[in-house]
Ligand binder design. Structure first.
Ligand SMILES: Nc1ncnc2c1ncn2[C@@H]1O[C@@H]2COP(=O)(O)O[C@H]2[C@H]1O
Length: 318
């Protein structure tokens, strides 16, 4: 990874939970190095000046290409359009960390969002005086978004046991680029999420984070959303429509075992149950349907606190 900064931007001191202001940030159609943004975004307590030039870090073509591909695959950027992802890829800067370095400390203020390029990082969470390792991050994974998007202290400590290479995105740029899409989406999805009893046990920060990761999917009546025997990689919440569940046992013709409607969910067994990572039943839209979906990585990270509740429901199916 080779790069050099073209211009540096000081980190802002804007804080508090942001509302989407009257004027929305729009991504430039030209590269940052030649264009300034004039929009201003008002927030609860402050204003983010969108006219600040955004730094461009020169990268080799191959670094740019692989970073851009990583952004395409990462669920945190799923709602951004191509020009927004181009802009992020241009502005990200390389940061390397030595063995045992602490990239993020729980409780600190957020400064950067990172994408891991090489090496591994462990995620440790301290609660009630106990520290536990909750996850290991691998190349392609992003982290550090929660404190930036929610103006809260860092929710976990990130340590690299072996040393690592990352791409880093400063707080101001992250918020400028993500604010429009993520906050608008969060407002829309909060209503829906509040109707799903499963999510009652999440804290409001956890619910916000789930909203930020949700994606949308519309299918027509007759579409097979999940097929028995397939490998599962998505969790579905029904926002509109009806889904029929059918299951074949020991090769016999599939039998209907139920119908789901909003705000019920499906697709969790193959994601949670390592032994049954294959879809256990077929789920077919019997009307046109609209779903909110969570990709597998987000599901594990964000719905970890609900594992027991989901396992209880899974055992009731059996
Ligand atoms: N359970 C988890 N699994 C994986 N990553 C997490 C988990 N909890 C928090 N993180 C990440 O750790 C980061 C710590 O800084 P942030 O709170 O800004 O953002 C956090 C998330 O990106």
């Amino acid at each position: 990874m080779s790069s050099s900064p073209q211009s540096a931007s000081p980190l802002p001191h804007d804080d508090d939970d942001h509302d989407v202001g009257e004027e929305m940030p729009r991504m430039p159609s030209k590269p940052y190095s030649t264009q300034r943004r004039r929009n201003v975004v008002s927030t609860a307590s402050t204003t983010i000046d969108m006219s600040k030039p955004i730094p461009v870090f020169q990268k080799s073509d191959s670094d740019y290409k692989s970073l851009r591909e990583t952004l395409d695959k990462n669920y945190l950027f799923a709602t951004l359009d191509n020009s927004q992802k181009d802009a992020i890829a241009k502005t990200m800067e390389p940061k390397e960390f030595q063995k045992d370095a602490v990239l993020i400390k729980q409780g600190d203020e957020g400064d950067f969002f990172y994408i891991l390029v090489e090496g591994e990082c462990d995620v440790h969470i301290t609660k009630d005086g106990n520290t536990i390792k909750v996850a290991t991050l691998r190349p392609g994974d992003g982290f550090g978004e929660i404190a930036l998007m929610h103006n809260c202290p860092r929710t976990a400590t990130i340590i690299t046991p072996s040393g690592c290479k990352t791409w880093a995105l400063d707080r101001n740029t992250y918020k400028q680029v993500m604010m429009t899409t993520v906050l608008t989406k969060r407002k829309r999805f909060q209503d829906m999420i509040s109707k799903v009893p499963l999510f009652d046990k999440l804290t409001s920060l956890e619910r916000h984070t789930v909203c930020d990761a949700l994606q949308e999917l519309s299918v027509s009546a007759g579409h097979v959303v999940v097929k028995q025997g397939d490998k599962g990689d998505t969790f579905y919440i029904i926002e509109n429509g009806e889904v029929e569940i059918t299951k074949s046992v020991d090769g016999a013709p599939a039998q209907k075992i139920g119908t789901l409607t909003a705000p019920q969910y499906f697709g969790e067994i193959a994601l949670y149950d390592a032994e049954e990572s294959k879809r256990q039943a077929t789920c077919t839209a019997i009307t046109d349907c609209h779903f909110l979906t969570l990709p597998q990585k987000a599901f594990h990270r964000l719905l970890g606190p609900l594992k027991k509740d989901m396992e209880k429901r899974i055992s009731e199916y059996k």
